[in-house]
Design a protein around this ligand. Structure first.
Ligand code: ADP
Ligand code: MG
Length: 689
């Protein structure tokens, strides 16, 4: 037997279990050994019965006597009892509920280790549903740091402990992935040892070392792959890139700023400087521009677009919806017209909108204009990445709300002559997470909001206050303001006590018979969605009931209320993104978070929304509480789920990044075949995602 032995052969078990394992993507011994515990029950201290407090979970040594079934009145409950004595003669009653088979499995009148929770009833100690193991043999359930695996209906922790323990001797066959220099420098445990320790730790300290090591490896592979991709983008693609060095023209920047209707924030200036510095380099940029909702990413992008065009390149900006593309086209056109009015150009800049809903003829004209280089700036949707669109001189591609596009879609633009690429996020992503999820990008962060932004009044609304909120909404709508209502689901679900848009849409008709109510969800065709949004913008709809599809940067300044049903089901960064839909005009705006009736427990988390209007902080909390996948806009980045690394540990992320950069720069990768083959595997996995 070895690490690649199929579990089918390695485990003596029923088909049902093999099937469940397969569903969990566990096929070989290696897979099983790399399936890590979620947490541990610390039973490392063996106590004496007299020391144990009520409700404490303990491991005890002793013997069991006199097992018997106890008759009960109910046929549904079966009780089995025995007496336990520790070596000092202190006793406790042991009770099993509905486990009559313990009579055959639990060893009696012999030395055992027993673990369970102690309860004192009328001064007498009882242990309920304990686990029992013979002394003198491996103790996997009742002593030490007992591993608890992710919850699963069929594959229980008990089952896993019994199956994994006898396979642990194979852990030494794991090939060392990390270079020995790194192991030495970082003082890391070897791979095999770490795998062994992570399942059945010798002690807390060794467990931490094991987890550190496995986390390091996980991050190292991701970072190495990112640094590699970055280098490829800068290097090998250079061959077909049109990019030439463009010296920063400070006068142009000053001129452009002087035509803006506002003064750029410092953060905007810094990010513009970072981007224009990239233009000075002989290879294409790959940059992620992060900023909170409303932090003013558009004007940063426009400076870059204009800079590209003034140096003879074409430039494109792609947005995920037609509404957003139109919005951009209008505002970009306006900004550039202002610029041209003050600083006339020999040849005016030609800006066009390319979206799917244009008539074929119109589309053809624009495509031709792009292909023959007449058009300088194109604002568009997915229509930009159709076969028939070919840019002869694309110098800059900007992708707004980039998480809405797949890796493949973004690549289509990148392959048009390897232009500079600026990807923009819809909400902030914590820096350490961005370093991993977007590790092949350089980061620019707008960490400051334009002055004078209103604070959106945010409240968590318990069910008993709903009538008040309804009255408040009615009052505002009567005054001509508009409302968003977000629900987590499209249809009603039998399992979940969560509101659906369809049911809510019906219900609101009854609550507000006098108002016009609209419905928006992902199953509508995109033209239907666009039509609903247009109606809302045009005030033909007062209250718009929507699923999370609304999140895309729509701008309806007259909307002042955002009400979110089933709010506990969303991450904070997504709630923050919803909240960013209001507060875009002059009027005071409100955000009501309405948790489901059975979600009292989530009030604490939601309170963060009340106290905090900083998207970066909220995303940090998401990352800490719910993990990287919950941070808005990250799941789509293509990074695999992290098994063990904690990205809230910024120090580690930065250290690993340095090591990965060093490895790629010093071109030492060829000396590490195991690492190389793992990188190839990771890359294939990410490309499929
Ligand atoms: P986002 O980062 O969410 O894409 P936008 O670029 O759409 O934000 O900007 C939001 C609004 O703020 C726009 O109306 C824009 O004109 C305005 N804005 C941007 N920068 C500034 C600034 N420095 N001062 C004042 N208003 C600004
Ligand atoms: Mg935007």
């Amino acid at each position: 037997m070895n690490l690649s032995t199929p579990l089918d052969d390695a485990l003596n078990t029923k088909r049902e279990y093999i099937k469940a394992l397969r569903d969990m993507s566990l096929h070989t011994v290696e897979d099983l050994l790399l399936y890590f515990p979620r947490t541990y029950e610390d039973l490392s201290e063996s106590k004496q019965l007299l020391q144990v407090k009520d409700g404490e979970k303990v491991s005890l040594k002793g013997m069991l006597y006199g097992m018997k079934d106890v008759p009960t009145r109910s046929r549904k409950i079966k009780i089995t009892k025995a007496q336990f004595y520790d070596p000092h003669g202190n006793g406790a009653e042991v009770v099993w509920f509905n486990q009559p088979f313990v009579k055959c499995t639990v060893p009696m009148e012999t030395d055992v280790t027993i673990s369970g929770t102690i309860k004192y009833q009328y001064g007498k100690a009882t242990i309920q549903n304990p686990r029992v193991e013979r002394a003198g043999q491996a103790q996997v359930h009742t002593a030490g740091m007992v591993p608890v695996y992710p919850q699963h209906e069929v594959i229980t922790s008990k089952w896993l402990r019994e199956k994994i323990h006898p396979l642990l001797h194979l852990a030494k066959e794991f090939e060392e992935v990390l270079p020995s220099e790194i192991l030495d420098e970082e003082g890391l445990m070897g791979k095999g040892e770490a795998v062994k320790e992570v399942h059945f730790p010798t002690n807390q300290k060794r467990l931490e070392k094991a987890r550190d090591r496995l986390a390091y490896e996980e991050l190292f592979l991701l970072q190495l792959s990112a640094v590699q991709r970055k280098k490829e983008w800068q290097g090998s693609r250079l061959k077909d890139s049109l990019i030439q060095e463009v010296k920063m023209d400070v006068q142009f920047v000053k001129n452009f700023f002087s035509t803006l209707p506002f003064t750029p924030t410092n953060a905007q200036k810094v990010t513009i400087f970072e981007i224009l510095s990239d233009f000075e380099k002989p290879y294409p940029m790959m940059r992620l521009l992060e900023g909170d909702v409303g932090s003013g990413k558009t004007v940063v992008a426009v400076t870059a677009l204009l800079n590209a065009v003034l140096h003879g390149y074409q430039a494109a900006i792609m947005a995920p919806t037609e509404v957003l593309a139109r919005q951009h086209a209008d505002s970009i056109d306006q900004l550039i017209q202002n610029y041209e009015a003050k600083f006339p150009l020999k040849k005016p800049i030609n800006i066009q909108l390319l979206i799917g809903s244009l008539k074929p003829k119109e589309k053809k004209v624009i495509q031709d204009g792009i292909n023959n280089g007449q058009i300088n700036i194109v604002v568009g949707t997915h229509a930009l990445i159709q076969e028939s669109v070919r840019f002869p001189r694309l110098g800059l591609a900007v992708v707004d709300e980039q998480h809405r596009f797949g890796v493949k879609q973004r690549e289509v633009l990148m392959k048009q002559g390897s232009p500079h690429v600026l990807n923009m996020t819809a909400t902030p992503i914590p820096r350490t997470l961005a370093m991993v999820a977007y590790g092949d990008h350089d980061l620019s962060v707008i960490n400051e909001m334009p002055p004078g932004r209103q604070i959106i009044v945010t409240k968590v609304v318990p069910p008993e206050h709903r009538t008040q909120v309804n009255r408040f909404i009615a009052d505002k709508v009567q005054k001509g303001e508009q409302v968003y209502v977000i629900c987590p689901l499209i249809d009603d679900s039998e399992k979940l006590e969560v509101k659906s848009v369809k049911a809510e849409y019906e219900r609101l008709h009854i609550v507000f018979p006098e108002f016009k109510i609209g419905l928006l969800h992902g199953r509508l065709k995109s033209e239907e969605k666009e039509a609903v949004m247009r109606q809302f913008k045009g005030k033909e709809i007062d209250i718009l009931v929507s699923t999370s599809v609304i999140e895309v940067g729509v701008d309806v300044p007259n909307a002042t209320i955002m009400l979110i049903e089933g709010a506990e089901r969303f991450g904070l960064s997504q709630l923050h993104q919803f909240r960013g839909r209001v507060g875009r005009g002059k009027k005071q705006s409100y955000c009501f978070l309405c948790p489901s009736a059975d979600a009292q427990g989530s009030y604490e988390r939601l309170k963060a929304m009340v106290e905090c209007s900083d998207g970066f902080k909220l995303a940090e909390i998401d990352l800490k509480l719910r993990g990287p996948g919950e941070v808005y806009g990250v799941r789509q980045s293509g990074i695999p789920d992290l098994k063990i690394a904690n990205l809230a540990n910024g120090v580690l992320v930065v250290r690993v990044r340095k090591a990965a950069e060093h490895m790629v720069e010093s071109e030492k990768l060829d000396k590490h075949p195991v690492l190389k083959s793992m990188l190839v595997r990771l890359r294939n996995k990410m490309e499929k995602a």
